[in-house]
Design a protein around this ligand. Structure first.
Ligand code: NDP
Ligand code: OXD
Length: 312
């Protein structure tokens, strides 16, 4: 019997994914019954999941071999006690490429001081302020996983003086790699531009609180495409108001969509982007989903498994 894949990621995703996923299964020679309905939960072998739909009770899916997330960040499912099956998150080259481009673009914006020219066209020829070269600009990336390491590498490739910080020691070519509590302090003290690419876990929630924000050089820029909960919002707003933080480019928020009356929208030192740093593109995502189903059927280890204890 071919395995049953229950696409539980909601109608909008189903409309986008149904045809490409069927085509990807066929191309890979993986026979499967794919549906966005599961009349018999016990017959389900794989669940495709996204937090875009309320789906929280995995108990009836007793024979499910794996839950395959369309999202890279799994904070909304990783702690679900009804989920006993392996959980795989989304990792694919297109997601990484998108994130690298977002990070490089926003870091360059702050590095080059582009806003002064974009916003300040008033007929006055001001050529006295030149940005330093990238090699004179210290950038820190918090998180050196799939996306953080690729972004740090790309920034180093542009000649920035890049440091990165992770939970366990890492090596990334061209990047000063730090870890542990002392490493975080060093990483923050040097960060003229700080990029956050960490998962939201019990250990990382509010990582950037008032005390740690105070370690940043005066006027530092923050770029956060990681998760909103990594930053203490009240502390960030206070640091922005006082000019201690020069600018925050924020892609992710505790509540999404960001409520209309949230102070970030109108703050002159904040740029809001609507969780678009790195979208999961359908073709790359289908390839990963299909490969994991193939592996499951062949009894091979799944790709990109989440460590449920670590939380990412
Ligand atoms: P990974 O799991 O590959 O990497 C996570 C990194 O964070 C690792 O280097 C890890 O350390 C580090 N880390 C985790 N916990 C801690 C801690 N307590 N202290 C220090 N370092 C820690 O994740 P990805 O790079 O794939 O993705 C990162 C995040 O980006 C996702 O979780 C998601 O929230 C966000 N994201 C945002 C998108 C957007 O469009 N805005 C799109 C996709 C993802 P170690 O190396 O030691 O394990
Ligand atoms: C995310 C994603 O985790 O879009 O933010 O994959």
């Amino acid at each position: 019997m071919p395995p049953t894949i229950f696409f539980a990621a909601g109608p909008a995703n189903w409309a986008e994914y149904e045809a490409p996923l069927r085509a990807a299964l066929a191309r890979a020679g993986v026979a499967a019954d794919l549906s966005d309905r599961a009349p018999d939960p016990e017959a389900v072998d794989y669940i495709v999941y996204a937090p875009t739909r309320e789906f929280s009770d995995f108990t009836p899916y007793r024979n499910c071999k794996a839950v395959l997330s369309l999202w890279a960040g799994v904070e909304r499912i990783v702690g679900n006690r009804t989920l006993t099956q392996p959980l795989a998150r989304m990792v694919n080259p297109e997601l990484t490429e998108g994130m690298v481009e977002y990070v490089a673009g926003h870091v360059l914006r702050h590095h080059l001081g582009m806003d002064a020219h974009i916003r300040g066209q008033d007929g006055v020829w001001r050529n006295e302020i030149m940005p330093p070269l990238a090699r004179e600009r210290k950038v820190t990336v918090l998180g050196l996983g799939e996306l953080g390491a690729a972004s740090a590498r790309a920034l180093a490739g542009l000649n920035f003086a890049v440091a990165g910080w992770s939970r366990t020691p890492r090596q990334v070519e061209g990047v000063e790699c730090l870890s542990g509590a002392a490493g975080l302090e060093t990483a923050l003290r040097r960060a003229e531009i700080l990029v956050l690419l960490m998962p939201l876990t019990a250990d990382t929630e509010n990582l950037l609180d008032a005390g740690r924000l105070a370690l940043l050089p005066r006027g530092a820029a923050i770029v956060n495409p990681g998760r909103g909960g990594l930053i203490d919002d009240a502390a960030l707003l206070a640091a922005l108001d006082a000019g201690r933080v020069g600018h925050a480019t924020l892609d992710v928020f505790r509540t999404e969509p960001l409520p209309k009356d949230h102070p970030y929208w109108a703050h002159p030192r904040v740029t809001v982007t609507p969780h678009i740093a790195a979208d999961t593109r359908v073709p790359g995502a289908c390839a990963v989903l299909v490969e994991n189903v193939r592996r499951g059927e062949a009894g091979e280890p799944f790709l990109h498994l989440v460590d449920r204890v670590r939380g990412y």
